[in-house]
Design a binder for this molecule. Sequence first.
Ligand SMILES: Cc1cc2nc3c(=O)[nH]c(=O)nc-3n(C[C@H](O)[C@H](O)[C@H](O)COP(=O)(O)O)c2cc1C
Length: 383
Amino acid sequence: MRLGDCHNFHDFRRMAQRRLPGPIFNYIDGAADDEVTYRRNTASFERCDLVPNVLRGVANVDLSVAVMGQKLALPVYCSPTALQRLFHYQGERAVAAAAGRFGTLFGVSSLGTTSLEEARRLGNGAPQCYQFYFHKDRGLNRAMLDRAKAAGVEVMLLTVDCSTGGNRERDKRTGFSIPFRLTLGGMLQFALKPVWGIRYLTHERFTLPQLDAHVDMGGGALSIGQYFTDMLDPALNWGDVADMVKSWGGPFCLKGIMSVDDARRAADIGCSGVVLSNHGGRQLDGSRSAFDQLAEIVDAVGDRIDVMMDGGVQRGTHVLKALSLGAKAVGLGRYYLFALAAAGQAGVERALELMRLELERDMRLMGCTSIGQLSRANLRFHP
Ligand SMILES: Cc1cc2nc3c(=O)[nH]c(=O)nc-3n(C[C@H](O)[C@H](O)[C@H](O)COP(=O)(O)O)c2cc1C
């Protein structure tokens, strides 16, 4: 299977599955408990129909949007995800460079395997967000905030749906952790993918540059669930976040908001945006899909702050449905991660190019030439 054979999300996923050792593929592909929310995230879009208009002169389509004061050439952005150099040796470098070429926002994770400064240099001037996890160690939090500010990061994005680790049963079965503490079955799955192993061993050592100076990851294996539970501060509350918003002093966004009450509080404490998200179904299984919850949140706070969403987005039409409901931009997760795992930067660029073409085509078919023309008038929901 070659990159040119990939025409959609499912093709990239299949190619990633062929290239990655099972435990790594399952870390990306998996979600919490019974993975109900994970499945629902995409299924939600299918309960909503588009009603197009025609004969409106759609020769020139403008896909750009403005969100949290940032101008993006596309209404989609690369949502921050952890450990990207495990998926492909180019890791965050590939994603930063690809997003930069498409003029859109990318986010570096606290658990990123490339430094936020390097990712920024590769981003071709595209706006960058830094995805913050709030640690028990307040000194670490202060240092991370200062570092992101010094680097010129435009948007601070605090993920708030990880007060404890989600129950990722696929990772338990394989023994996925950093460094690897694989079960026998997990080890055998690595042995089946020698090309990945050779690349992994012949490229620079795996590190977490955002955390290395503060957290000793060498002392023992740390599963991602354990990282959330042991390192992150479950006592984090609205007062702490209000202090953080003040000390950041620029666009500040909360990722992982789902309730109207919380969206209102985010606006009250001076956030510029919220991302409706259930973390790709990886935290609270049974949580509602962001798309189903979107209208409620836009109606409650859309006139005060920018509302974004992520989860389950695989198609240009999914994006158009979310934008029609009032989202200002839409985050991609596994959509670009599988492409990264399949073919590095070339893979992410192909995935973003396919998305750009789909969006342009779908806008024309909807009879729209700018994102602002999308509205709820063009949507109908199944009972
Ligand atoms: C492998 C993987 C790692 C992730 N790591 C992070 C992370 O470090 N920080 C974060 O805020 N969200 C993280 N997420 C969640 C994504 O930012 C995003 O919310 C989610 O993937 C969207 O769902 P989708 O994958 O269905 O598009 C991760 C998701 C995946 C699949």
